[in-house]
Structures are given as C-alpha cells and as structure tokens.
Design a protein around this ligand. Structure first.
Ligand code: MSK
Length: 632
C-alpha cells in the first residue's frame, strides 16, 4: 500500500463509514449509535450539580432547591465532584506507575525484563541519593524499585521527583500548601475530604485537586515514564506508520491497546519469535503484524517502531476491519464494547489485568514473574485464530501515513545539540531551543494532549489546531491520543514542514524534525513537565513566563483532569475543549479559570473554549503576551 502524505478528516470519516457498514452486516453495535441512544445527556451531571456521595440523595441543585439534604451548596457539590474526578485519574496513572515499579523489581540478567538504559537508572539513583558506584545494575534496579514503591505510602516528606521543579515553582507549591506527599495519601485524602460531612469549601477542595494532580504528574506518572525508559529504552527518533491501513491483509494482526508497556513489550517480542512466525505461516499467513491503539500504541511505537492503528475513538474500527485476530488489552481507555463487538467477528478479545476485567473476553492473567509464558500464550492464541477469519468481511481502508516518533527530553536535547555542536553537556542542551524562541524564529510551544470525545468531531480539534499553530511558527509537542491524531493525518512526518510558517520550517529543516514532536503516552506528559522545568532553569525565568501553553481539546478521561491539575500547577496555562463538569458553580469556575484562584496560587489557570478557531487564536495570543512580557 502506498503512503499518503496527508490524510484529511473527511477521508478518515469516509473510511469509518465503510467500516460501520461492515459492522451493520453482522449486527455490530457502535459508539456512534450509543451516543444517539444516550442523547440528550443529563444537565445536572453535565454541570456537576448532582451529588450522590451519601444515600440521602441523589440531590440535584436547582434555583428552587439550592442546597442538598445535608445543606451543602452548589459550590461544595461541584468542588467535591471535581476532587473525585481528579483522584480517579491520579489513581489510574499512578497505579500504572506502581505496576512499572513492580516490573522493575522483577528485572534480571537474561530475564524477560532487563535494564536497557543503565545510565538513566544511575542518574535517577543519584537524584534520589542512592549510591550506585560499584553496584550490580540489577541490585541497583531492585533497590530503586523498592524506594520508588515507598513513594506511594511513605508517612512523611514530599515526592522525590518534586525536587526537579525549579525553586520558584517549589516555593509556590509550599505557599499554596499543595506540595505533593505520598501518592496513596493524596488520593485517600481526596476521598476522605469528599466523604459526607467533610469539606464543602470550594477553595479547599480545589487546593486538594491540585495537590492530587501533582502527586500524579511529579510522582506516579513520572515514575511510570522514567522507569519504563530504564527497562525498555529511552525513546529516540524513529520512523513508523499510522492510520487504519497499517493492518495487513495477509498477516496475523495483533492489536495491543491500553497503557502498560510491560504486556505489549512481551507481545512484540513473541510476535518476532521464529517459532510463532513459522506457526503463522503454517496457517497460511505471511507473518505476524503487531499494531497499537491508544497509549500502549504510543509506547511500542516510540521504542520499537510498531505502527499506530488508531486512537481512542478508532478502537472499534480496528475490529470492524474483519482483519483483527486479537485485541490484547492491559489497562485503561478500553471500551467494554470490544467484548460484544469481537463476538460479531472472529476476533479474540484478550484481557490481561485483574484491574480491567470485561465480559466476553478471554482472560490471560499477566504477571511480571511469568511474563514470557503469558506473552507467548497470547501470541499463539492470536495466530491460531487466523484460520477463523471470514474473508468476505475483510475491509482494510487504504489509509496509511509515515510518522517520526520518539522525542523524549533526552532525544530533543540530542537533536538540538547535534545542530549547534555546543556539547556543553554530554546529554545535550536546550540552549538552541531557548535561542530560537528568544529570537522569534519559533514563537513558542503548545503541549497538546488528551483523548477523543464524541462531544467533539473526532480528531478535528487536534488536527485543526495543530495546523493553525505550526502555520504561526509555534512548535507542538504531543502525547496520548492527540499524538496519534497527528500521526494519522500525516502531521508527524518530516514533510509536514511544508505546512509551517517560515521560521518553524527553517528549524525543522535544520534540525531534521517534524513540527509536531511525539513525546509518548499519557503518563509521558511528565516528560513535558521536565522539559518546561529544564527550559525555565536554563533561561533563568519562571515556567509561567516561558511562551508555552497546554491544550486538551478533545479530552474525556479522569486522567486528563488529573493531568490538567498538574500542568497548571506547574505554571502552564491550559486550554480545554470540554468543560470538566464545573460550570454549575460560579465559585469553582472562578477558582479554576479566573484571576483569584489557581492563577494567584500557581501563576496559571484553565480556559474552557469549545470554539476551536477561537481557542487557537487565544493560545497564539497568550504566547504572544508572554513574549511581550519578556520583551522578546
Ligand atoms: S489513551 S487517557 S484516551 S489520551 Fe492514554 Fe488516549 Fe486519553 Fe486514554
């Protein structure tokens, strides 16, 4: 199949329509239909004004009934719902991080999991005050895993990675009383604070939301990212392909989906096993093709070059091709719909984690200690299913792009350093980036993250905003499903420089990078925090002064709320395309979006804007305002 340079939203929608037609032939349900079934959605839920924290309710706030049965007003109800929204997200991200630390604990020489970046492990050991000199690398890994796991429940002190933040940021956190403590403590405190009869003061609830977000972004997520790099390799730029056309007609197609690379790394390993390839050939297939969806897709794309088949709202499309032998899932963002949908086709829906059990799935429980056997069993099940394919249902839309992925902070520094040859630091430096931003060749940066949400025409906001920003010489760093939207459209290829303004185009040519830089999965937004922090230290200004903003135009998950909280707490203004169920309270809205709340505490706040063009203009203006304030 030929590669497409750029793919429009309209072509993607036509492809989706043809896949839905495939589904109709076999009576398949779809999210498009379920959205219709769920409409209109509940106004109380939408505005955050329904409380069902105790069983006296549910209480719903209206002008006629301004307080719940306990007497809580609308600001307390909306604030409590917001804290719980954040806690759910922080728990999911951080438990993913905990799983990674358990995997690190299982590493051993010659074992299923090994240390691929020992230098990074030693650097972090140094940061954490752990002696690495003369130690066996696996002894060090086990010691660090144990220490990292203690970050979840230690009785005293702050998150170790919070030391990475600039002094000024740390002072703001201290002053606002939001310095993140043990991860499990912040999540438990959020649940305790919002239990019936505890906090109903909006300000206190929003402070706890920020603190809980910080324990995720500068705690659990950061550990997830950093120690995944230690075990699976720190991403470096590499080429891959994207969009639904990465499914192969004559091969066994295995889709990995979810978030935890511990599972997908084993699947990729056994898909390359000569014994499994021979088995696939014995069934008439040409080989085994692993492709990724959602953040597991990002994880294996940036380390192994595995093609990215699609993002959150494309997950059903993969099964609808009729070419999917198995969807292998770990945790988070998995539609329960995949169970019944897979039954309409020959697809095996394989769940692997006790955290994500679903009806109509085959459960192969994945353990770090038995990872090799589990990985092999999964691949074998997929291969043996090839013979059950119904060739009359096969429909792989002809859409495929090229993408360059894998821009970790280390990789960005190396790329820049390669151009200037400054070699100030053996790990590279952000000085060239600072200089081109200062000179105005690049006006600034937008960190674009987050999901798809049926409330927004899928991928449109991501793609439209990215095109507008790069045309205005603003570089875009991306992660999660936003990254996959860019890749699917062709915006992550080197060719995308043609869509840039003159300044950014020159930088892309000189450095050899695409204008949209892939930084990984949703836990990898912690990489963006490290990048912003390093840039601010290097520049000698506060993070809030750097011409950078955050943006989640199509977000949907609790994790995105947790992310939003830590991004603004880090000093980065953040633009949301979907309201986080807070519009029912003027007080909570003012705290999160006005001048008197979080803006005052951490020098950044949210802007909620559903008009995408307007949002793009506002982000460009905010970047220009920051430049003007710095007199650059
Ligand atoms: S997978 S949290 S839909 S980005 Fe990380 Fe995509 Fe959002 Fe899940």
């Amino acid at each position: 199949m030929d590669y497409d340079r750029f793919i429009s939203i309209e072509r993607m929608e036509q492809a989706t329509e043809s896949l839905l037609e495939n589904g109709r032939k076999v009576g398949a349900d779809s999210w498009q239909q379920r959205v219709k079934n769920q409409s209109p959605q509940c106004e109380f839920g939408e505005s955050g004004t329904c409380c069902r924290i105790c069983s006296m309710g549910p209480c719903r706030i209206t002008p006629k009934s301004p307080r719940g049965i306990c007497g809580c007003d609308v600001h307390g109800i909306v604030g409590r719902n917001y804290v719980r929204f954040t806690a759910g997200g922080a728990a999911a991200h951080s438990d993913h991080g905990r799983q990674i630390m358990h995997t690190l604990y299982e590493t051993k020489e010659g074992g299923a999991y090994q240390i691929k970046d020992p230098d990074k492990l030693k650097r972090i050991a140094d940061e954490w005050g752990v002696e690495s000199e003369g130690k066996d690398i696996y002894d060090l890994a086990h010691e660090m895993a144990y220490k990292g796991l203690l970050e979840y429940g230690k009785p005293f002190g702050e998150q170790l990675f919070a030391q990475r933040a600039p002094e000024h940021t740390r002072e703001l956190w201290e002053k606002a009383e939001i310095m993140p403590r043990a991860i499990d403590r912040e999540i438990a405190t959020s649940m305790h604070m919002t239990h019936m009869g505890n906090s109903s003061l909006a300000e206190a609830l929003i402070r706890q939301s920020l603190r809980t977000g910080l324990c995720d972004g500068w705690g659990g997520s950061m550990m997830g990212t950093e120690f995944s790099d230690v075990m699976f390799g720190t991403p470096k730029p590499l080429d891959t392909t994207a969009n639904i056309g990465v499914m192969e007609r004559d091969m066994v197609n295995i889709v990995v989906h979810g978030h935890d690379p511990s599972v997908s790394e084993m699947v990729v390993f056994y898909a390359n096993d000569p014994e499994m390839i021979a088995l696939a050939k014995s069934y008439g297939a040409k080989g085994i093709n692993v492709v990724g969806v959602c953040c597991t897709g990002n994880e294996v794309a940036m380390r192994q070059g595995i093609p990215m088949a699609g993002n959150f709202l494309a997950q059903e499309n993969i099964v609808l091709t009729g070419a999917c032998e198995a969807v292998v899932v770990d945790v988070q963002c998995i539609f329960p719909a995949l169970g019944p949908l897979s039954k309409c086709f020959h697809t095996k829906f394989i769940t692997t984690s006790p955290i994500a059990r679903m009806p109509d799935s085959e459960f192969i429980e994945f353990h770090e200690a038995t990872a090799a056997a589990n990985g092999k069993a999964i691949v074998k099940m997929a291969v043996e299913n090839y013979k059950n394919r119904d060739w009359d249902l096969l429909n792989i839309p002809d859409l495929k792009t090229e993408a360059r992925v894998g821009y970790s902070v280390e990789a960005i520094k190396k790329c820049l350093d390669g151009v200037t040859n400054s070699h100030v630091d053996e790990l590279g430096t952000l000085k060239p980036l600072r200089d081109v931003v200062k000179a105005g060749v690049i006006r600034g940066a937008v960190a674009m993250v987050g999901c798809n949400n049926p409330k927004v025409r899928p991928d449109t906001a991501h793609i439209q905003l990215m095109k507008k920003l790069i045309a205005n010489d603003i570089i875009v760093i991306v992660s999660g499903c936003s990254a996959q939207a860019a890749a699917k459209a062709g915006l992550m290829s080197l060719e995308a420089k043609e869509l840039c303004g003159e300044g950014l185009k020159r930088v892309c040519e000189l450095v050899g990078i695409p204008p949209i830089l892939h930084m990984g999965s949703c836990v990898d937004i912690s990489r963006m925090m490290v990048l912003a922090s390093d840039l601010s230290k290097d520049w000698g200004v506060n993070i809030s002064q750097v011409p950078v903003v955050g943006c989640a135009p199509e977000w949907m998950s609790e994790k995105a709320v947790s992310i939003g909280n830590y991004v603004i707490s880090t000093g980065i203004d953040t633009f949301l395309g979907v309201d986080p169920y807070t519009k029912g309270s003027s007080e909570v809205t003012e705290l999160l979006q006005g001048e008197q709340g979080v803006k005052d505490w951490v020098e950044a706040c949210f802007t909620v804007e559903t008009d995408i063009e307007k949002m793009g203009d506002m982000m460009i203006q905010r970047i220009e305002d920051k430049r003007a304030a710095l007199c650059i």
